[in-house]
Write a protein that binds this ligand. Structure first.
Ligand code: MG
Length: 195
């Protein structure tokens, strides 16, 4: 079905020996490049990931980029209020979220999947206090953790253990994220009590 936006699951084609000489740094890189070549002989891509998982990972990439924008917006909001230290920290964190997105996109590509960048919704832009910002960030991270867990569950359903393993690193990552934001919320709560 040509109209389907995602490559179908488990489409396996054999590489021809004439094309093997093109394999330079990594075979996945060449596969990606070859699959985009509109002229001459088209090399079909070896797809090692199901359409459902491709959709879920593309949605997660979108969520990571949205998170990045959220923290960047929070960063500039805080800077505007004179909280420069927290602003710099959140700006760095925004870059980390972007890095998560590209790591996931690289993984999807390596599995022969198609990376589809989707529309990123506008992020909130106003908060009542610094405490409200970090409460919001913590609850957002808890939401991201649930999304990651859903991908791990889906990977098991699809019997895709490579994807399960890959996303387990993000399960660990989310423990760190929740702890980081949770510690800041604790500190702000204590400061609020003593001040
Ligand atoms: Mg992330």
């Amino acid at each position: 079905d040509q109209s389907h936006p995602w490559p179908s699951s488990l489409t396996v084609t054999r590489l021809r020996s004439s094309n093997l000489s093109c394999l330079a740094d990594s075979r996945y890189k060449t596969l990606r490049h070859s699959s985009c070549n509109s002229g001459g002989e088209l090399l079909k891509q070896i797809v090692m990931i199901t359409a459902r998982l491709q959709q879920a990972i593309n949605d997660q990439i979108t969520a990571e980029l949205w998170s990045s924008n959220l923290y960047l917006q929070m960063s500039y909001f805080l800077r505007h209020q004179g909280w420069d230290g927290y602003a710099i920290w959140l700006r760095e964190h925004a870059l980390e979220e972007r890095e998560h997105a590209t790591r996931m996109a690289d993984y999807l590509c390596d599995r022969g999947g198609f990376v589809k960048l989707q529309m990123i919704d506008v992020v909130p832009e106003g908060w009542g206090s610094i405490k409200e910002i970090f409460d919001h960030a913590l609850s957002h991270e808890k939401h991201v953790s649930k999304m990651i867990n859903t991908i791990v569950t889906l990977s098991r359903e699809e019997e895709d253990y490579a994807t399960e393993n890959f996303f387990r690193t993000f399960v660990d990552e989310q423990v760190e994220e929740e702890a980081l934001f949770g510690n800041i919320v604790d500190k702000l709560n204590k400061a609020g009590e003593s001040g």
